[in-house]
Design a protein around this ligand. Structure first.
Ligand SMILES: O=C(CO)[C@H](O)[C@H](O)COP(=O)(O)O
Length: 146
Protein backbone atom coordinates (compact mmCIF):
# COMPACT_ATOMS: atom_id res chain seq x y z
CA UNK A 1 0.00 0.00 0.00
CA UNK A 2 0.93 3.66 -0.28
CA UNK A 3 1.34 5.32 3.10
CA UNK A 4 1.81 8.97 3.98
CA UNK A 5 3.69 9.47 7.24
CA UNK A 6 3.99 12.67 9.26
CA UNK A 7 5.62 13.60 12.53
CA UNK A 8 6.24 16.97 14.11
CA UNK A 9 9.51 15.77 15.67
CA UNK A 10 12.01 12.93 15.55
CA UNK A 11 11.32 12.00 19.18
CA UNK A 12 10.52 8.47 20.25
CA UNK A 13 9.44 6.03 17.55
CA UNK A 14 9.16 8.62 14.75
CA UNK A 15 12.14 7.42 12.72
CA UNK A 16 11.48 3.79 13.57
CA UNK A 17 7.96 4.21 12.19
CA UNK A 18 9.32 4.85 8.69
CA UNK A 19 11.48 1.72 8.81
CA UNK A 20 8.68 -0.43 10.25
CA UNK A 21 6.21 0.63 7.57
CA UNK A 22 8.75 0.04 4.80
CA UNK A 23 9.73 -3.32 6.33
CA UNK A 24 6.10 -4.35 5.92
CA UNK A 25 6.37 -3.71 2.16
CA UNK A 26 4.64 -0.36 1.89
CA UNK A 27 5.80 2.74 0.02
CA UNK A 28 6.01 5.97 1.99
CA UNK A 29 5.57 9.70 1.41
CA UNK A 30 7.05 11.69 4.28
CA UNK A 31 6.06 14.98 5.93
CA UNK A 32 7.20 17.22 8.75
CA UNK A 33 10.32 16.25 10.65
CA UNK A 34 10.48 13.04 8.60
CA UNK A 35 11.07 15.10 5.45
CA UNK A 36 13.55 17.90 6.13
CA UNK A 37 12.50 21.10 4.41
CA UNK A 38 8.78 20.81 4.97
CA UNK A 39 6.91 22.59 7.76
CA UNK A 40 7.10 20.33 10.81
CA UNK A 41 4.41 21.86 13.02
CA UNK A 42 1.77 19.23 13.77
CA UNK A 43 -1.20 21.13 12.30
CA UNK A 44 0.62 21.46 8.98
CA UNK A 45 2.43 18.16 8.55
CA UNK A 46 -0.35 15.91 9.87
CA UNK A 47 -3.02 17.59 7.74
CA UNK A 48 -0.71 17.28 4.71
CA UNK A 49 -0.45 13.52 5.20
CA UNK A 50 -4.21 13.28 5.69
CA UNK A 51 -4.82 15.24 2.48
CA UNK A 52 -2.95 12.51 0.61
CA UNK A 53 -5.59 10.04 1.80
CA UNK A 54 -8.44 12.38 0.94
CA UNK A 55 -7.06 12.87 -2.58
CA UNK A 56 -6.29 9.14 -2.99
CA UNK A 57 -2.59 9.85 -3.42
CA UNK A 58 -2.13 7.45 -0.50
CA UNK A 59 -4.20 4.57 0.78
CA UNK A 60 -3.60 5.29 4.46
CA UNK A 61 -1.66 7.74 6.62
CA UNK A 62 0.05 7.64 9.98
CA UNK A 63 0.48 10.91 11.85
CA UNK A 64 2.46 11.56 15.03
CA UNK A 65 3.03 14.26 17.59
CA UNK A 66 4.11 14.19 21.23
CA UNK A 67 0.60 13.59 22.59
CA UNK A 68 -0.97 12.27 19.40
CA UNK A 69 -3.92 14.55 20.02
CA UNK A 70 -2.88 17.42 17.77
CA UNK A 71 -2.00 14.95 15.02
CA UNK A 72 -5.45 13.35 15.17
CA UNK A 73 -7.26 16.69 15.40
CA UNK A 74 -5.41 18.08 12.37
CA UNK A 75 -5.99 14.95 10.29
CA UNK A 76 -9.68 14.86 11.16
CA UNK A 77 -10.14 18.35 9.68
CA UNK A 78 -9.64 16.88 6.22
CA UNK A 79 -12.84 15.72 4.47
CA UNK A 80 -13.16 11.97 4.18
CA UNK A 81 -10.53 11.33 6.81
CA UNK A 82 -11.25 9.19 9.85
CA UNK A 83 -8.21 9.50 12.09
CA UNK A 84 -7.95 7.40 15.23
CA UNK A 85 -5.49 7.94 18.08
CA UNK A 86 -4.40 4.44 19.05
CA UNK A 87 -2.33 3.51 22.08
CA UNK A 88 -2.43 -0.26 21.75
CA UNK A 89 -3.04 -3.04 19.24
CA UNK A 90 -6.63 -3.72 20.26
CA UNK A 91 -7.54 -0.08 19.68
CA UNK A 92 -5.81 -0.09 16.29
CA UNK A 93 -7.68 -3.26 15.32
CA UNK A 94 -11.01 -1.76 16.40
CA UNK A 95 -10.29 1.51 14.64
CA UNK A 96 -9.76 -0.25 11.31
CA UNK A 97 -12.59 -2.74 11.87
CA UNK A 98 -15.38 -0.59 13.28
CA UNK A 99 -14.38 2.97 12.37
CA UNK A 100 -12.86 2.21 8.94
CA UNK A 101 -10.12 4.52 10.16
CA UNK A 102 -7.90 5.61 7.28
CA UNK A 103 -5.42 7.57 9.38
CA UNK A 104 -3.61 6.18 12.42
CA UNK A 105 -2.52 8.79 14.96
CA UNK A 106 0.26 7.93 17.39
CA UNK A 107 1.58 9.53 20.54
CA UNK A 108 5.37 9.77 20.51
CA UNK A 109 5.20 10.06 24.30
CA UNK A 110 3.31 6.82 24.88
CA UNK A 111 4.33 4.50 22.05
CA UNK A 112 7.25 2.19 22.84
CA UNK A 113 9.16 0.29 20.14
CA UNK A 114 7.27 -2.89 21.05
CA UNK A 115 3.89 -1.15 21.09
CA UNK A 116 4.61 0.38 17.69
CA UNK A 117 5.18 -3.06 16.20
CA UNK A 118 2.04 -4.44 17.83
CA UNK A 119 -0.06 -1.46 16.72
CA UNK A 120 1.23 -1.65 13.12
CA UNK A 121 0.68 -5.41 12.95
CA UNK A 122 -2.91 -4.97 14.11
CA UNK A 123 -3.52 -1.92 11.90
CA UNK A 124 -2.37 -3.62 8.70
CA UNK A 125 -4.01 -6.97 9.50
CA UNK A 126 -7.49 -5.62 10.17
CA UNK A 127 -10.09 -4.78 7.53
CA UNK A 128 -13.22 -2.63 7.71
CA UNK A 129 -16.31 -4.46 8.95
CA UNK A 130 -18.96 -5.46 6.42
CA UNK A 131 -21.74 -5.50 9.03
CA UNK A 132 -24.68 -3.27 8.10
CA UNK A 133 -24.53 -1.37 11.41
CA UNK A 134 -20.86 -0.57 10.97
CA UNK A 135 -21.34 0.52 7.37
CA UNK A 136 -24.24 2.74 8.46
CA UNK A 137 -22.05 4.44 11.05
CA UNK A 138 -19.39 5.27 8.47
CA UNK A 139 -22.01 6.50 6.01
CA UNK A 140 -23.42 8.78 8.71
CA UNK A 141 -19.99 10.36 9.19
CA UNK A 142 -20.01 11.25 5.50
CA UNK A 143 -23.50 12.72 5.92
CA UNK A 144 -22.27 14.84 8.82
CA UNK A 145 -19.54 16.28 6.61
CA UNK A 146 -21.88 17.30 3.80
O1 LIG B 1 1.74 16.90 21.08
C1 LIG B 1 1.77 17.86 20.36
C2 LIG B 1 0.52 18.47 19.83
O2 LIG B 1 -0.61 17.76 20.25
C3 LIG B 1 3.06 18.49 20.00
O3 LIG B 1 3.98 17.51 19.64
C4 LIG B 1 3.54 19.32 21.20
O4 LIG B 1 2.69 20.44 21.31
C5 LIG B 1 4.99 19.75 21.04
O5 LIG B 1 5.13 20.62 19.98
P1 LIG B 1 6.45 21.52 19.87
O6 LIG B 1 7.62 20.57 19.89
O7 LIG B 1 6.30 22.22 18.55
O8 LIG B 1 6.45 22.43 21.04
Amino acid sequence: MRLSLASDSLDGVATRLVAEVQRRGHSVTLYGALAPGGRADWAWCCSAAAKDVSSARSDLAIVCCWTGTGASIAANKIPGVRAALCVDAATADGARRWNDANVLALSLRLTSDRLLEEILDAWFAAAPSTDDDDIANIAHLADLES
